[in-house]
Design a protein around this ligand. Structure first.
Ligand SMILES: Nc1ncnc2c1ncn2[C@@H]1O[C@H](COP(=O)(O)OP(=O)(O)O)[C@@H](O)[C@H]1O
Ligand SMILES: CC(=O)N[C@@H](CCC(=O)OP(=O)(O)O)C(=O)O
Length: 287
């Protein structure tokens, strides 16, 4: 009996933050690192289903850098990155399409359904909602078929969230001529969060946040101003895959999205902890 009463108390405690966030949109970016860890992924998806069940509106945008690297290696193609973005030639694009839109997008949707939620995969294989163009870069740094999202079909996404389904989209966009582009998943999530006017944008990664020493979890920076973040990129403290993530945070702030967080997706219930603990569990980036 005592145990049952304690459980009921927990539910009552949760009422405050459920009321606070009911009806608000949270865009959640799943990085390749958490997609590799089936157990961590299961807990994340359960948190997502819970959020949806209590009236929050989670929207998932995913990458899959590690799975792409593996598939490229099987095809004998060497991964090539410039400032955290993959140089994408024709052969690489075909692999990216298969891994992101074909495999991972379908897998995530099926997993949500398997755990009892409702989800819809949104890609150019079903209903595409991310439109854009080739990402302009200096001539000596041409990235090939790498794109940027310039338009998001928010009606389709919101239509799903209103009918209790979790929209799941891969980080790819379609150009005006139907060309597909590979988009860094952090920047894709940013574009979706801005278009939806999301309350929160959460990046789930395999580190506990932005660190002063990238190999030392104890050097996590819990709260980072945009000026300080720019300085950490300039000085090289923030490098590789963390660069597009932090750049995406900086772009998003001040454009309607209220909170941007980078948290460790491998920490059990990190998503729920992020929402209902006041101190937060990762790095919050603010203006
Ligand atoms: N200052 C830093 N703090 C934390 N991680 C950093 C930092 N600089 C670079 N990184 C690297 O960024 C990685 C996260 O980016 P990425 O590999 O793209 O992850 P994801 O697949 O989750 O998007 C970390 O695993 C870490 O190696
Ligand atoms: C242009 C570009 O770099 N696209 C990324 C898309 C996937 C991605 O961003 O995945 P993570 O979130 O796992 O890093 C890539 O090809 O790896």
């Amino acid at each position: 009996m005592e145990e049952a009463i304690a459980k009921a108390n927990t539910l009552i405690e949760a009422m405050g933050w459920i009321r606070q966030f009911r009806g608000t949109t949270t865009v959640i970016k799943l990085g390749g690192s958490v997609l590799e860890d089936e157990l961590a992924l299961m807990h994340i998806l359960l948190d997502v289903i819970f959020m949806e069940s209590v009236g929050m509106r989670p929207v998932l945008v995913h990458g899959g850098g590690k799975a792409i690297n593996r598939a490229l290696a099987e095809s004998g193609i060497e991964p090539n990155f410039k400032r955290g973005r993959r140089v994408t030639d024709d052969a690489t694009l075909k692999v990216v399409e298969k891994v992101l839109a074909g495999d991972l997008n379908v897998h995530l949707t099926q997993e949500i359904e398997r755990f009892g939620g409702r989800a819809m995969n949104l890609s150019f294989l079903t209903t595409n909602v991310l439109f854009g163009q080739k990402l302009e870069s200096p001539e000596d740094e041409d990235l090939g078929f790498v794109g940027e999202v310039t338009r998001v079909d928010r009606n389709v996404i919101e239509g799903l969230t209103y009918t209790d389904q979790v929209p799941v989209m891969p980080s790819m966009c379609e150009g005006p001529d139907g060309q597909h582009y590979n988009v860094n998943a952090d920047t894709a999530a940013m574009a979706v969060a801005q278009a939806l006017g999301a309350e929160k944008l959460v990046f789930l990664s395999d580190v506990n946040g932005v660190r002063r020493d990238k190999d030392d979890p104890d050097t996590i920076i819990h709260s980072l101003s945009s000026d300080e973040a720019r300085e950490l990129i300039r000085s090289g403290v923030i490098e590789s895959g963390m660069i597009p993530k932090v750049e995406a945070c900086l772009e998003t702030l001040g454009r309607g999205v209220k909170k941007v967080h980078i948290i460790d997706g491998r920490l059990r219930h990190s998503l729920l902890l992020e929402i209902y603990t006041t101190s937060g569990v990762g790095t919050e980036i603010h203006l």
